[in-house]
Ligand binder design. Structure first.
Ligand SMILES: Nc1nc2c(ncn2[C@@H]2O[C@H](COP(=O)(O)OP(=O)(O)OP(=O)(O)O)[C@@H](O)[C@H]2O)c(=O)[nH]1
Ligand SMILES: [Mg+2]
Length: 425
């Protein structure tokens, strides 16, 4: 049936002398594939500037039109964010759906969103993007209707043009109100965690760097028992495989414990609507005690990827948090020996348990800095304190004495302060 046939698409871009143009086109191809398109052709035009009316020059447009006919592609994806006028003109001339980079990313996010919050956030971002761009198109696709991947949201060109701005604005404010409610629950949860004094570690980084692979394999390598707060996460050679944050509690053999979270990947030119609306999803990163920046070290553009990650982190206000950089996928580099550790950097592979063990040691060094095993004595008349300590802190052992309970716990400097009246040594 048609269901499984992927929509054929051409990807295209104007190169105005960007030295990284090639790799951006390559990334666009990855994005198109992540949105379930089949890329049948790549068209490039070298120009001094992108044309404000039609983006491409006239000659190139004719060539593209021909290419669309030959390849039977049903859509074209452009490497930049286009203005509403450019989209309109291109759709009119080419008679196919025109997607720009931003819209493509929004579509991927939409199809990946699972949690209630993520779904609302994507919806808001999409409406913000669409507001100035209500498509007047009635391309081939509208008559064909839906079909395979990617174009599922585009049949509604005509109805969209009827929706006026005010309706969209109203929708956005309703969605924002709903999001607030969902966030309120989230905030209580994260406050509870903070109170518990358990250190939080968040995996961040460019999309496809190996965050989810690290998330899945690290506990094993640390010989930890890992209590899943959510399911084992999906790791795949695909951009934006992960969208929602997943958290797990990692119990180490020496009774220490930390929380590990896997987060959404970043990308250069992440639509600003998404950065804004994904602040909740990235909350775990914002509240972390330590960030692990996972980098695909085998990618020649890894320096730019690090820069992008840092930029997004500062946009969400997480740039002051201590960070370990994990140069991952070292196995893909010729003649590389790993793992290698240099202060807060580690070169290795998420598929190699030795690398992960070393990463684990580095994490422990950071988060348990200043932690101390202390002996507490809690008199029986303050029995509620005993359950508080037992439930929320790393308790190594305890015994009931005549006058009260003696507890040995591994406490952070902050927690040591919190319980100082009970600490006996
Ligand atoms: N060769 C090799 N492949 C790796 C390594 N780490 C991860 N991968 C592969 O890289 C791909 C992406 O890994 P993920 O863990 O899904 O990456 P991610 O950072 O979670 O990506 P997003 O969720 O899309 O942002 C998968 O196919 C992994 O198997 C590594 O050290 N070496
Ligand atoms: Mg992932």
């Amino acid at each position: 049936m048609e269901e499984d046939t992927k929509n054929k698409v051409i990807i295209a871009g104007v190169n105005i002398g960007d030295p990284r143009f090639e790799s951006k086109m390559e990334e666009l191809k990855g994005l198109a594939m992540a949105d379930n398109f089949e890329v049948v052709s790549v068209v490039v035009q070298n120009l001094d500037h992108r044309l404000s009316g039609t983006y491409f020059g006239q000659g190139k447009l004719a060539e593209i039109k021909n290419e669309l006919a030959v390849t039977e592609a049903q859509a074209i994806i452009i490497n930049d964010e286009l203005s509403p006028t450019q989209i309109r003109n291109l759709e009119k001339f080419l008679q196919v759906t025109v997607l720009d980079r931003t819209e493509l990313i929004l579509e991927i996010f939409e199809s990946r969103a699972r949690s209630k919050a993520a779904k609302i956030q994507v919806e808001i971002a999409k409406l913000q993007y669409e507001m100035p761009r209500i498509h007047p198109s009635s391309s081939k696709l509208d008559q064909q209707g839906g079909g395979g991947g990617g174009l599922h949201n585009r049949g509604a060109g005509e109805t969209k043009s009827e929706i006026n701005r005010r309706t969209i604005l109203k929708q956005i404010s309703e969605l924002k109100a709903r999001l607030k409610k969902v966030e309120a629950t989230h905030e209580t949860q994260s406050k509870d965690r903070e109170k518990s004094g358990i250190p939080q570690v968040a995996l961040v980084g460019y999309t496809n760097a190996g965050k989810s692979t690290t998330f899945n394999n690290l506990p094993k390598a640390m010989a930890a028992e890992s209590i899943k707060l959510q399911d084992q996460v999906f790791a795949a050679n695909m951009l934006f495989a992960t969208l929602d944050t997943t958290i797990r509690s990692v119990h180490l053999p020496d009774k220490e414990e930390f929380l590990l979270s896997d987060t959404v990947g970043f990308i250069e030119g992440l639509p600003h609507q998404l950065v804004e609306s994904f602040k909740t999803t990235l909350q775990e990163a914002k509240e972390a005690d330590l960030l692990i920046n996972v980098v695909d070290y085998s990618d020649p553009n890894c320096d730019e990827m690090i820069a992008t990650t840092k930029k997004v982190l500062s946009e969400i206000g997480a740039n002051e948090i201590p960070m370990i950089t994990f140069y991952n996928k070292s196995d893909l580099l010729a003649n590389s020996s790993y793992p290698i550790i240099k202060e807060n950097e580690i070169f290795g592979s998420a598929l190699d348990s030795d690398s992960l063990k070393q990463l684990g040691e580095l994490i422990k060094k950071h988060i348990f800095q200043g932690f101390k095993k202390v002996k507490l004595f809690i008199p029986f008349d303050q029995g509620e304190m005993v359950s508080k300590v037992m439930n929320n802190y790393q308790v190594v052992s305890y015994s009931y004495l005549n006058e009260g309970t003696e507890v040995i716990a591994n406490l952070s400097p902050v927690s040591q302060g919190r319980f100082k009246e009970f600490i006996i040594n």
